[in-house]
Design a binder for this molecule. Structure first.
Ligand code: AHG
Ligand code: MN
Ligand code: MN
Length: 334
C-alpha cells in the first residue's frame, strides 16, 4: 500500500482534533470497526467455518435467524461492552436493550445495530452488511431503558455501515459528510478510498421488490408505472431496475451512482407499520443519505423526524436521489 494513503485511524484522529473531541467517540468507533472486521472474516470464510445456514430460531419480529445473524450480534456485544464508551446497546436480533455487565465501566453513548442486514442472501453468497447508529445516552442515565433509546434520527451522533461484498467497505458519517473506506486485507486496515460521497440528484434507476406490486399504495404504483413506461410514458426516459434484497448493498449503490430505494408501506404489511426497522435501518441510512445530499422519507414525512414509539418499530422507507424522492413524495400529497 502506498504510504500516502489515509487509514481510518488517521482519519479519526484528524476528526477528533477538528471537533476537539475527548477521544471517547474515536475509541468507540475503533471498537465498532474491529467488530465489523471480525464479522467480515466470518462472512468471508462462510461454509469453511460452518457459519452458513439457519440457527433454527426466530427474532422478536418473527424472522428466522441465520447462524451468522446470531454470531454477528455476539461479536458486536463482545467487542463493544468492555470499552467503557457505552451506556447500552440495542439490536435487531435482541428483544430488549442489552444490559452491560455489572461493574463494567459506562460511557455516554448508546449503540444500536442491525448486525447482519440482508441475511437471506448469505447462503447464496450475495453481499450483506452491518448497519449501526450512535446516540447520546440521556444525561444522568447509567442503566438505559427502552425509552432512553427512543430518540428521533435527527439526534444521531453518527451512523454507518459495513458492506461485505467483493471488497469489504466501511461507510461513515458523523454529521460532516460521508466518507467510505475499503478494507486492505493484507494490513487489516480500512483505507479512505471514497472521500466526500455524494448521491447524484437525478437518477434513472430504481429499486423495489416488485413482487409486492399488487399491495402497493397508489403513489408507488404511479411512480413505478411511469418508470416502467420509459420513453413511451410521461417521464420520456427509460429506467433501469435493481433489487439485491440487502439494504446495505442497495444504499451503497445509490451512494456510488445514484438511484432510489423503496420499501414502502403496502396492504400486506400495513398492520406492522412497514418492513424496515426505524432504529437499526431507516434512521442510520437516512442520516447517511441526507449527509450525502439525498432525501429520506416515508412518503409522508422525513424519516429522521419520526418520534420513535418502539425499539423495533417498522416504517416505510423511500430514499436516494433528491429529485426522484421529491417527485415520489409529491405524488403522496395528491
Ligand atoms: P434483515 O436481513 O436485516 O432482516 O433485513 C433485510 C431487509 C433489507 O435488507 C432488504 O431491503 C429487505 O429486507 C429485503 O426484503 P424482501 O425479502 O422483500 O426482498
Ligand atoms: Mn436488516
Ligand atoms: Mn439483520
Amino acid at each position: 500500500m502506498p504510504a500516502n494513503r489515509k487509514t481510518i485511524t488517521h482519519f479519526m484522529i484528524e476528526e477528533q482534533r477538528r471537533t476537539q473531541g475527548t477521544g471517547d467517540f474515536s475509541m468507540l468507533l475503533g471498537d465498532i470497526i474491529t467488530s465489523c472486521k471480525v464479522i467480515s472474516d466470518q462472512v468471508n470464510h462462510g461454509a469453511l467455518v460452518g457459519a452458513l445456514g439457519s440457527a433454527g430460531s426466530e427474532n422478536i419480529q418473527g424472522e428466522t435467524q441465520k447462524k451468522l445473524d446470531i454470531l454477528s450480534n455476539e461479536i458486536f456485544l463482545r467487542f463493544n461492552e468492555i470499552g467503557g464508551h457505552l451506556a447500552g446497546m440495542a439490536s435487531e436480533e435482541m428483544d430488549d436493550p442489552y444490559a452491560l455487565p455489572e461493574g463494567a465501566p459506562r460511557g455516554k453513548y448508546l449503540l444500536l445495530f442491525d448486525p447482519l442486514d440482508g441475511s437471506s442472501n448469505i447462503d447464496v453468497n450475495v453481499s450483506v452488511g452491518t448497519i449501526f447508529s450512535i446516540l447520546k445516552c440521556p444525561e444522568g442515565v447509567t442503566h438505559p431503558e427502552v425509552e432512553d433509546f427512543l430518540q428521533p434520527g435527527t439526534t444521531q451522533v453518527c451512523a454507518g455501515y459495513a458492506l461485505y461484498g467483493p471488497s469489504t467497505m466501511f461507510v461513515l458519517t458523523s454529521g460532516n459528510g460521508v466518507n467510505g473506506f475499503t478494507l486492505d486485507q493484507n494490513i487489516g486496515e480500512f483505507i479512505l478510498t471514497h472521500p466526500g460521497m455524494k448521491v447524484p440528484e437525478d437518477t434513472r434507476e430504481f429499486a423495489i421488490n416488485a413482487s409486492n406490486q399488487r399491495f402497493w399504495e397508489e403513489p408507488i404504483k404511479r411512480y413505478v408505472d411511469e418508470c416502467m413506461a420509459g420513453t413511451d410514458g410521461p417521464r420520456g426516459e427509460n429506467f433501469n431496475m435493481r433489487w439485491i434484497a440487502s439494504m446495505v448493498a442497495e444504499i451503497h449503490r445509490i451512494l456510488t451512482r445514484g438511484g432510489i430505494f423503496m420499501y414502502p408501506i403496502d396492504e400486506r404489511i400495513r398492520a406492522q407499520g412497514g418492513k424496515l426497522r426505524l432504529m437499526y435501518e431507516a434512521n442510520p441510512m437516512g442520516m447517511i443519505i441526507e449527509q450525502a445530499g439525498g432525501v429520506a422519507s416515508t412518503g409522508y414525512e422525513r424519516i429522521m423526524d419520526i418520534n420513535p414509539t418502539g425499539l423495533h418499530q417498522r416504517v416505510p422507507v423511500i430514499m436516494g436521489s433528491k429529485n426522484e424522492v421529491e417527485l415520489l413524495v409529491s405524488y403522496h400529497k395528491k
